[in-house]
Design a protein around this ligand. Sequence first.
Ligand code: CA
Length: 373
Amino acid sequence: MEKKTRRNFLKTAVASVSAVALGGLASCTQQQETGNAPAVRTRKKFRWKMVTTWPPHFPVLGEGVDLFAKWVEELSGGDLKIHVYGGGELVPALEVFDTVSQGIAQLGHGASYYWAGKVPAAQFFSSVPFGMNGQQMNAWLYRGGGLDLWRKVYLPFNLIPFPAGNTGVQMGGWFNKEIRTIEDFKGLKMRIPGLGGKVIAKAGGSAILSPGGEIYTNLERGIIDATEWIGPYHDYLMGFHRIAKYYYYPGWHEPGSVLELVVNKGAFEQLPKELQAVIETAAYKLNLWILSEFETQNAIYLEKIKEEGKVEIRQFPEPVLDTLRQYAMEVIDELVARDPLSKEVYQAFSAFKRQITAWAEISEKMYYNVIVP
Ligand code: CA
């Protein structure tokens, strides 16, 4: 009886050791498997909505957003899927900010100057007349404290912004009237939004806001004398080169408009850390992709516009640009005088601009002066 018990005990003990050993091994194997194949864990799946200010699949901007959704799905292994709605599909284009702020959609893509009526300080995070270009805006936002300020400005709206694209330097616009001096802006009817429009008004013109779909007809029928749009690629697609006499540069009013990704703060905080990192990574990728696509397509389409030879491509005279710059400073001074948050943001913006422009004087600008196409 004793012997049997002892034997049984040994048997059990051996079995236990084996079990421990196997168990240990099994745990190791399991850990290794977990490391190699995260699918072992049950992970929560997220299905998000994204609203945009662009028409569905709009060249560069809408296309970029479609790619963003694809990248997020790939990077998250399918854990975060995004349904993209173009402007007007779920909500009107200019309701993106409110829609994401209220959490009706978790994500939005647009440009912060669209929200100037609600948040005047937001304009400094997209583009202001005679402000910084795309490369300088990236430097300010990512490394110069700009993004922290932007997040502070959007915090009361329950939104987290990310830089997510840049148009590069835009064109000055299509004119049916020649611009020789600043006087030529007097009585000029130009489609130009935002602070640029206020500068035109100071020069004696009238800034008219027409929706994208009506600009061509308005210019053709003389309801407006001039319009800005984006750059050679989008402008060509609009057909302005067929009806305008002059195509002026540079786009002093939009020297590098930053596009934004806004994420509903509550929704973002519910994501596991790795999915938050996926959003951030895909936003970086979109920022780079959009600017690269703009630069590439604008170069191709400038050539097309030149080849078709129906429009005269001209630089604004330097004295005109000097006066527009003075007016732009006045417009910005007026804005910051009535809005303390704009003042805070503009002080940071202009301090960074002053420093980086001094650097650009001997780097970018100097280099552009010595290269030829
Ligand atoms: Ca524009």
